[in-house]
Design a protein around this ligand. Structure first.
Ligand code: SME
Length: 137
């Protein structure tokens, strides 16, 4: 675990804010990488409870971002083969990596119950959010 209690609390506040203020953000969470184990670990989230608190690199949208180091915008989760379903209400997903000193250390993961809701503006905004989060880690 590479985050402090204060950082975790602040990240939780970010989750609360994003889920409250943006109506098509319905589940918001932060995963962090254990590079030795090649697993992602759910640090904090807001939304429906999930079984997927540990995700192997390569698995699901999150696991793919751990390896690609790139944003992954999924307009329709049903069209994805390598996808881990958390809730039947989820229609779309966006995952943005968090970089610290050039290293992909984790990600923000957002699920939407609205089909195809995410724009370039969401990507730019969430990249900015991830940059701010990286500063407190
Ligand atoms: N859907 C994700 C798994 C995490 S849940 O959305 C919280 C995925 O495919 O990686």
């Amino acid at each position: 675990n590479n985050t402090t209690a204060t950082a975790k609390k602040r990240m939780h506040e970010v989750c609360v804010l994003l889920e409250n203020e943006i109506e098509y953000y319905n589940w918001v969470g932060f995963y962090f990488a254990n590079h030795e184990q090649r697993t992602l670990h759910l640090e904090t989230y807001v939304g429906e409870e999930t079984d997927h608190t540990v995700i192997p690199f390569g698995k699901g949208i999150c696991g793919q971002v751990a390896e690609s180091n790139s944003n992954f915008v999924v307009p329709d989760v049903k069209a994805q083969d390598n996808y881990i379903a958390c809730s039947i209400t989820v229609k779309a997903e966006i995952v943005i990596p968090i970089f610290k000193d050039g290293k992909n250390i984790g990600q923000i993961d957002i699920d939407s119950n609205t089909p195809d809701p995410f724009t370039k503006e969401d990507e730019r905004f969430l990249e900015w959010v991830c940059e701010q989060v990286a500063k407190i880690l």
